[in-house]
Design a protein around this ligand. Structure first.
Ligand SMILES: C[S@@+](CC[C@H](N)C(=O)[O-])C[C@H]1O[C@@H](n2cnc3c(N)ncnc32)[C@H](O)[C@@H]1O
Ligand code: SF4
Ligand code: SF4
Length: 380
């Protein structure tokens, strides 16, 4: 990839003009659509799957995404359950792109094949998040690099921007550092985030020891400031540190307004934790705007995508300014990568795990972050 393209991609995630509109108008920025409740795994911390339910039909999914788009939503995040268990996932991605959505998909990656990656790319998928919690599976979570590492090769030539996200809890903490290094050393934007409680505010798993967690979050903040590809904003890292310290954070939850969720039954959900019985087909822009208010569940909220969008809407200058600064620090490493390729030097510089090591599909250049948006084909 040419140098200018690389620098462009470093900043393309912001989609500044289009995202900018959503910071100042009253339309939604992002919807997370549960493509299915079904899942092929059973992570102990998770409350977001239910194998007693069947997949929604592709016709229903298409009807809901049309409505979501009509509301002015720019970005759609396909989630679940496990979205790749849905037999029509490629068709759904294609349809979302035809409607003009910036489209991402979050997966545990177990069902990925090279053929499926190519199909999803051809359908127009722009961003894929693969969730990886550990190096090896455990009783709490099977999402480990043992399964995922061989699959990363499928993305070598792919245009899909890949990033990796892990959950930190007592079970995964000892391996969280290795997960981070493994992703980063391959040039893949990577993040590990604190486990959150269930809708009844109970932790399903031991969340881990506070001081240790805080040290880990601090180390990610430092690395983020150095320009490493930690796949979350400094604002969200700061937020997690405040959660651990029990500090109050001043923010207004924009969930149900700037971002919202749609369940695999087509119900409008404020977020993954707060559900309503209203059908998405009956939702109006006024309904959405009414949800822009401080909420009783804000203290300790672990729906980081919602916190992220809320902070972005509230303090766009501060959040984006820091992110742009961090990404600017990556530009010299892009020059390094280019000159390394020209000189045929295979060693990535400045990575902590030089053994681990090929850069993936130019995601070394910071693919679009699901938190901030991806380029749209057309405006809404
Ligand atoms: C519900 S999953 C659905 C997509 C897919 N099955 C996967 O695991 O990537 C979406 C994301 O939520 C994360 N997640 C689920 N429960 C969580 C919890 N209690 N705390 C933090 N993250 C959680 C998962 O690890 C995953 O990254
Ligand atoms: S793979 Fe995803 S949806 Fe399935 S149990 Fe784990 S976190 Fe939940
Ligand atoms: S504060 Fe958190 S849990 Fe409550 S509605 Fe907002 S995102 Fe959902």
């Amino acid at each position: 990839m040419k140098l200018l393209d690389k620098i462009g991609r470093e900043f393309s995630g912001y989609n500044i003009v289009e995202s900018g509109k959503r910071l100042f108008d009253r339309k939604p920025l992002q919807c997370s659509l549960y493509v299915t409740d079904r899942c092929n795994l059973d992570c102990a911390y998770c409350t977001e799957y239910d194998n007693s339910r069947s997949h929604p039909s592709i016709d229903d999914l298409k009807k809901w995404v049309r409505k979501i788009r009509e509301l002015g939503t720019m970005r759609i995040a396909l989630v679940g359950g496990e979205p790749l268990t849905h037999p029509d996932i490629v068709e759904l991605v294609r349809y979302c792109r035809e409607l003009g959505f910036a489209t991402s998909l979050t997966t545990n990656g177990f069902l990925l094949t090279h053929k499926l990656v190519v199909q999803l790319e051809k359908a127009g998928l722009q961003v894929m998040q693969i969730s990886v919690d550990r190096m090896t599976p455990s009783a709490i979570t099977k999402k480990s690099f043992k399964t995922i590492l061989p699959k990363l090769d499928y993305f070598r030539e792919s245009k899909i921007s890949l990033h990796i996200t892990g959950v930190i809890c007592a079970d995964t903490l000892a391996e969280a550092q290795a997960v981070l290094e493994t992703g980063l050393s391959r040039g893949i934007p990577t993040e590990v985030r604190l486990v959150h409680a269930d809708p009844l505010r109970r932790f399903r798993v031991d969340p881990g020891q506070r001081e240790e967690l805080e040290r880990f979050i601090d180390s990610m903040i430092e690395r983020k400031r150095r320009g490493e590809k930690i796949h979350t904003s400094e604002a969200i890292l700061d937020y997690q540190r405040s959660l651990l310290r029990g500090e109050h954070v001043e923010w207004t939850c924009a969930a149900g307004y700037k971002l919202f969720f749609v369940s695999a039954q087509g119900k409008f959900w404020i977020c993954s934790m707060v559900h309503t019985d209203k059908h998405i087909m009956d939702v109006t822009l006024e309904d959405l705007y009414a949800n822009y208010r401080k909420k009783s569940c804000q203290d300790g909220c672990g729906v980081y995508c919602a916190v992220s969008a809320s902070l972005l809407v509230e303090k766009p200058g501060r959040v984006l300014g820091k992110e742009i600064l961090a990404r600017t620090k990556r530009v010299p490493s892009i020059f390094h990568t280019s000159s390394r390729r020209r000189t045929g030097d295979p060693k990535p510089r400045g990575v902590a795990n030089p053994d681990g090591t090929h850069e993936m599909n130019d995601s070394a250049n910071g693919g679009p972050a699901a938190d901030y948006g991806v380029t749209l084909r057309e405006g809404v």
